[in-house]
Design a protein around this ligand. Structure first.
Ligand code: PMT
Length: 223
């Protein structure tokens, strides 16, 4: 990227799904492929940032020049992110973190008995909300919202409640947008309004997100 406009910035990006173990061979997860988060990491690195990528289990190779930390569960992702957050100027949370985990994973493979099986779930820590609560004065926090209805209202609510600087809302019911595909159609919502993007590759979507982050950093620097 010609501009190198993120040079000198430490950026933390999260990507992919998490896996919550049911027993040693089974887990709960979701359809995230990691493509959006990896595109963010790659493009930020190209624009000169020092990038750390915390990713759940995905089939993607590590982008050259990016520090990659691979985790499995929501709990492991939280620990990896919290350990690195204080050193990061910008944090972008594209991971699809499980909201629920298995309360008591079985030590051995669960055998079928012909009976119904219920699986009590407990809530995971909301990493983004916690980062918002602990945010340092010059840190920028960017969240994602995967919505299937009331996109803008939900995005605006999360922006406010989680103390974010920017939220990237994607429609996850549109077949060309959101989980697993190579394209995305997002709306960026900040404190001063929203910007609707066209359908773009995840790479180009990532560059638009960095443009918005650069503008927020410039506004901070001007104060
Ligand atoms: O990986 P891909 O296949 O490329 O797909 C990309 C994507 C659709 C996964 C991505 O663009 C996206 O929308 N990621 C966020 C998905 C999500 O979990 O959205 P949410 O509305 O449930 O969560 C809102 C925000 O809170 C997210 O930034 C999420 O990282 C964060 N969160 C959620 C739960 C939790 N326990 N901790 C969190 O930090």
């Amino acid at each position: 990227f010609a501009a190198q406009d993120l040079r000198g910035l430490k950026i933390l990006v999260t990507a992919g799904p998490t896996r919550e173990a049911i027993d040693p061979v089974r887990y709960l997860s979701n359809r995230s492929s990691g493509k959006m988060g990896f595109a963010l990491a790659r493009t930020a690195m190209r624009r000169g940032a020092a990038v750390t990528l915390v990713t759940g289990p995905v089939a993607l190779p590590a982008p050259p020049g990016v520090e990659v930390i691979r985790v499995q569960s929501a709990h492991e992702m939280a620990e990896a992110v919290f350990a690195r957050a204080p050193q990061s100027r910008v944090l972008v949370k594209a991971a699809a973190v499980a909201d629920f985990t298995v309360a008591a994973p079985a030590e051995h493979k669960i055998k079928k008995s012909g009976e119904e099986l219920s699986l009590p779930l407990s809530a995971t820590v909301d990493i983004l909300r916690e980062l918002g609560a602990r945010k340092e004065p010059r840190q920028l926090l960017v969240g994602f919202a995967a919505e299937s209805q009331a996109h803008y209202q939900e995005g605006e609510r999360k922006l406010r409640e989680k103390n974010l600087d920017l939220i990237v809302v994607n429609d996850v019911l549109d077949g060309q947008s959101g989980f697993a595909v190579d394209t995305n159609q997002v709306t960026l919502i900040g404190k001063n309004g929203r910007q609707e993007m066209p359908l773009l590759s995840k790479e180009d979507t990532a560059d638009r997100i960095w443009d918005a982050v650069r503008a927020l950093l410039d506004a901070q620097d001007a104060v």
